[in-house]
Write a protein that binds this ligand. Structure first.
Ligand SMILES: [Zn+2]
Length: 246
């Protein structure tokens, strides 16, 4: 599964990902792409307008149909800041929608980010990344969801069924998973990761128990936000390794 920069990586008949960016300083998470005959659904949408435009170019090269829908896996900036370049319906769970209401109040820009880093130096990594990837702050807009669900939602897109499920977890209370039913792909995003860096305690680790519980026979690929997709066997192995250490 060699991935080439700027290329979509196919996981199933209708499912691709735009893989995580190679320069980790830029914090560019993997983005899910579901293509049907008539439309494209994105799972998250890039960490900046620039990242989103890279994804648009890859979609264009692949002759993808127009992006009709974006699903937010959780509210963190690196998963949602790209949405303002798309003209699409946005779906999120209730907790995510509430977080975005607060985020929309923030005066985003270099002055705010510098102020925040002074208050809390642990924000350095994420705020430096924002300053690196956002070229023109005037185009950034927090796009709130147009459709909100509570615990779960089923979305039918031209015969493809997407199952959205709120799971919460240690990384963000609003985390959801998205299963592409019949395609063997489950998007788990960051749900099993430890809390974001500035909220992390020294002994926080990924919640392999949580990820292991999400395994099911019908799923071949588990796509997370910041790394290569995992197979069921890989997850089981990672989970067993942590059991041995305990
Ligand atoms: Zn996150």
């Amino acid at each position: 599964m060699a991935d080439k920069k700027g290329m979509l990586l196919q996981l199933a008949d209708h499912v691709w990902i735009y893989p995580q960016g190679e320069n980790l300083e830029r914090i560019e998470p993997a983005v899910g792409v579901i293509m049907t005959a008539n439309q494209t659904v994105l799972i998250d949408c890039g960490n900046s307008p620039g990242h989103a435009r890279e994804i648009q170019r890859a979609l264009h090269e692949r002759k993808a149909p127009p992006v009709s829908t974006i699903i937010y896996t959780h509210h963190h900036w690196d998963h949602i800041f790209g949405s303002c370049v798309f003209d699409a319906e946005v779906i999120a769970c209730r907790q995510c929608a509430d977080e975005l209401d607060s985020m929309a109040e923030i005066p985003w820009g270099p002055a705010w980010l510098e102020h925040e880093m002074k208050e809390n130096p642990l924000l350095e990594r994420s705020n430096r990344a924002k300053l690196l990837v956002i070229e023109d702050w005037s185009e950034l807009r927090i796009v709130k969801p147009t459709r909100v669900f509570a615990d779960q939602m089923t979305l039918e897109v031209d015969g493809i069924t997407l199952q959205l499920q709120w799971v919460g977890g240690p990384h963000a209370n609003d985390s959801i998973t998205v299963e592409v039913v019949g395609q063997g792909v489950l998007f788990v995003a960051d749900c099993f990761y430890p809390p974001p860096f500035h909220l992390r305690k020294p002994d926080d680790t990924p919640d392999w128990d949580m990820l292991n519980r999400l395994r099911k026979d019908s799923i071949q690929w588990y796509v997370h936000g910041h790394g290569q997709p995992l197979t069921s066997d890989e997850i089981q192995q990672l989970w067993q390794n942590t059991k041995k250490q305990a």
